[in-house]
Design a protein around this ligand. Structure first.
Ligand code: IMP
Length: 424
């Protein structure tokens, strides 16, 4: 088994960072395949907190190579800073990193337009990192790519064309057109630390695979934020599901061996959009407090709710999940009973999976299950968990027809129960 995809099974923030961190110990290559600085993972090393947005979670380890795939949108300012952090820690030796020449660049016009739209009548609740407008440029075939940082004259020419493309939007909003010369000067000055790492990520991954090296494809966001399979229009602008791992990295679908979906033991969402099991008022607040549910990128409080099994079934299908990593089980401790959404009702019809359109109209059908109490962070095997917590895990496996391979019972790397081989 050489290639393992890690995807979020809900609306992002499922704790992918910790799981990737665990898998990194067994990986030779860790590649991000989509999204940009809208993602964020907080890593604690030697008591110090480091937040990365672009480089894979593996960046703070010394061993696996870190790759940024073609499906990503890269903010050069953020990347230059993260490379600096890695370099200062001696984690950027020759050959440590490959940045796809094809990845698109997030530039000031993208931030500007993201902000204009979010201030308009139908905000998505984006992270305001310029993600949507950058992917829009990619689809319009007028974007600037990381490889363009190599060629200052070409960069300037493409930038001028690109800005003209945005002129009607910017002027209609009454905003000031960005100055192409100022952008070129600022961003070309950032090229020096980035250019040496540019390469062909797909080619590198194929070679790595042929050499039997183990590859982790690290997803960002979550299935319900996927541009095609999520709660459109309240989604991000990229393919965050397992299919996107292939298009965004260049590794072929037939070369993926396993797909692990990360799910919290409950549900959270940031930004606008439907969320059938959302808890309002004190119950939601209690879950937010217990789980420390505030965004790593924006600091926004996350919306919190009960576990939603239709969402997990959808994630299992669209990603072809071979196993699940269930995180934050410890956060649910101390509740007498728990509600679990087992299905929805839509227009009088029971559904086991989310409708493609109309999620805002579904009524969750709940089952009440026994809760458990006490600190479970010390458990290292299923037997050490209270019976009700064990039943909760088994219920999920049965409902989704996917085994749980990793069970996280606390933030620390050691606070983990391994139930199966995620690579299998
Ligand atoms: P954008 O990706 O910044 O355009 O935001 C679109 C939607 O995706 C918003 O609802 C964001 O809150 C959400 N989103 C984007 N990235 C993440 C993430 O890493 N975690 C959780 N939600 C995210």
């Amino acid at each position: 088994m050489t290639a393992l995809v890690v995807v979020g099974a809900q609306w992002g923030d499922e704790g992918k960072g910790k799981v990737v961190d665990l898998l990194t110990a067994e990986a030779d290559e860790v590649v991000r395949f989509g999204g940009g600085a809208n993602a964020g993972h907080t890593l604690v090393v030697g008591g110090e907190k480091v937040v990365f947005h672009l480089v894979p979670s593996a960046a703070l380890h010394s061993r696996p190579r870190c790759l940024l795939g073609a499906g990503m949108v890269i903010d050069p300012k953020v990347l230059a800073k993260e490379l600096e952090v890695m370099s200062a820690r001696g984690l950027l030796p020759e050959g440590r990193m490959v940045i796809s020449e094809n990845a698109h660049l997030v530039l000031p016009q993208h931030f500007l337009v993201d902000g204009i739209r979010e201030a308009g009548p139908n905000p998505i609740g984006t992270t305001k990192r310029g993600i949507g407008p950058c992917y829009q440029d990619r689809a319009a075939r007028r974007g600037l790519r990381a490889g363009d940082l190599r060629d200052p004259d070409g960069f300037r020419a493409k930038l001028a064309d690109n800005l003209e493309g945005w002129r009607p939007v910017i002027e209609a909003a009454g905003a000031e057109m960005p100055d192409p010369e100022a952008i070129a000067a600022e961003y070309l000055a950032l090229a020096a630390p980035i250019v040496p790492w540019l390469g062909d990520v797909g080619d590198e991954l194929h070679r790595a695979r042929e050499a039997g090296r183990r590859i982790v494809l690290e997803g960002a966001q979550g299935t319900m934020l996927d541009i095609d399979h999520g709660t459109y229009p309240f989604v991000t602008s990229s393919s965050v599901t397992a299919g996107g791992a292939c298009t965004g990295s260049g590794l072929a679908p037939t070369h993926i061996d396993a797909v692990i979906g990360i799910s919290k033991a409950y549900t959270t969402r940031v930004g606008e959009g439907p969320f059938p099991t959302e808890l309002h008022g004190e119950q939601g607040e209690a879950l937010r407090r217990a789980g420390g549910e505030y965004g790593a990128t924006t600091g926004r409080p996350r919306r919190c709710g009960w576990l939603d099994l239709p969402v997990l079934r959808h994630a299992a299908r669209v990603n072809g999940l071979t196993s699940i990593a269930l995180t934050k089980l410890d956060v649910l401790s101390g509740q007498e009973t728990l509600e679990v959404c087992v299905a929805y009702e839509l227009d009088g019809v029971r559904r086991d999976t989310p409708p493609a359109i109309g999620l805002e109209r579904v009524k969750p059908i709940y089952e009440t299950v026994p809760g458990w109490s006490g600190d479970i962070t010390g458990a290292r095997s299923l037997d050490e968990l209270p019976a009700a917590a064990r039943d909760y895990v088994r219920m999920i496996e049965e409902a989704v027809s996917v085994p749980v391979s990793i069970l996280s019972v606390g933030a620390d790397r050691a606070e983990t129960i391994t139930l199966g081989d995620p690579w299998a």
